[in-house]
Design a protein around this ligand. Structure first.
Ligand code: SF4
Length: 331
């Protein structure tokens, strides 16, 4: 990490993912959803992870919180959270010490994340009772404060999910994720299915809570414009791999990987003069049989001789800005 003058700044690493591989063992073959992914996240930093649907970004999130659904499993790699290798931790220790207390998650689709037969107050209070050992009365008192923090009138504590709008339900899910004030929150597509006005409100809420609570966030989305609003650092995933990672301003102002450039050129801009929107031809590859070499080569307009044969290594092109593309590597 560097300051505005380019000098190195020492930061505390909260999450260090090294060579993570999460595969799904299906009847059709092995789906390599996350394939050798490495990155670091500093304390108080917001990392945006972007890529098309099916690129492995949600599987990466579920791997970090150790909730990969079967037939998926983590087959290799290390995940260090605050210095501890959490993949080596027994499940019970991870459940009581790390999941929700250390790393919590705002799940995709608030409609499905909430239980329709319990009040929102009871659902948030349950987290506090289980993890903090509070009585029901104490937990409900704290829940009222959490609802206020996410902009919901505490008098709604006895409401059922169906009595709330989509945006309010999303706020409840955020309150649940923040109930134990974890140092790291993973938000997986937190604004899917919400209209743009509510999307902006939810992003502003996440931004202000992140500053207030000084937590780290991993924001997962296919929407590059959402990431631009909040992220300090951006990672671009394609077909199970990170193809580019760096400080947000460098990724947006100087995107290097052809896939990143195409993603950014597909965002309409209200400020600049009308630009021609780009689309990415073709479809993401079948991850049971990913293309050899660079996985983006069948769709890349710059493809040349080594791309379909050898996998490009990740190289640092400018301070903290890494890319995996043969255009930037010496063969
Ligand atoms: Fe395109 Fe080759 Fe770079 Fe892959 S390695 S993005 S195919 S130029």
């Amino acid at each position: 990490m560097t300051d505005k003058k380019g000098a190195k700044v020492l930061s505390e690493v909260i999450l260090d993912v090294q060579g993570l591989k999460t595969y799904f063992y299906t009847a059709k073959g092995i789906v390599k959803a996350v394939d050798n992914v490495s990155f670091k996240l500093n304390k108080g930093e917001v990392l945006g992870i972007a890529g098309e649907s099916g690129c492995g970004k949600s599987t990466l999130a579920y791997s970090i919180i150790r909730l990969v659904p079967p037939p998926g499993r983590i087959v290799d790699g290390r995940i260090y959270f605050m210095g501890s290798d959490i993949l080596k931790m027994p499940e019970e220790e991870f459940r009581t010490k790390i999941r929700w207390k250390g790393i919590s998650m705002v799940f995709q689709g608030a409609m499905n994340a909430l239980n329709p037969v319990y009040t929102i107050g009871d659902q948030i209070a349950e987290v506090l009772m289980l993890h903090k050992g509070l009585s029901k009365k104490e937990a409900l008192q704290e829940t009222a404060g959490l609802l206020k923090m996410v902009g919901i009138d505490p008098r709604r504590i006895r409401s059922y999910p169906h009595e709330l709008s989509g945006g309010m339900k999303q706020r409840v899910v955020i309150a649940m994720a923040l109930a134990l004030k974890p140092p790291l929150v993973i938000a997986d597509e937190p604004t899917t299915a919400l209209d743009v006005v509510v999307q902006a409100q939810i992003m502003n809420l996440l931004k202000s809570l992140q500053r207030e609570l000084k937590m780290s966030i991993i924001l997962i989305t296919h929407d590059m414009s959402l990431i631009a609003e909040i992220a300090d650092k951006v990672a671009i995933m394609y077909a199970g791999k990170i193809v580019e990672i760096g400080p947000a301003d460098k990724i947006y102002n100087n995107p290097l990987h052809p896939y990143t450039r195409a993603l950014i050129n597909s965002i309409p801009s209200l400020k600049k003069e009308l630009k021609k929107l780009e689309f990415i031809p073709g479809v993401p590859p079948d991850l049971t049989q990913p293309p050899p070499g660079c996985r983006f080569h069948p769709r890349c307009k710059y493809v040349f001789e080594p791309c379909s044969r050898d996998e490009p290594p990740m190289v640092e092109v400018e301070p903290d800005h890494y890319v995996a593309c043969w255009l930037y590597s010496k063969r």
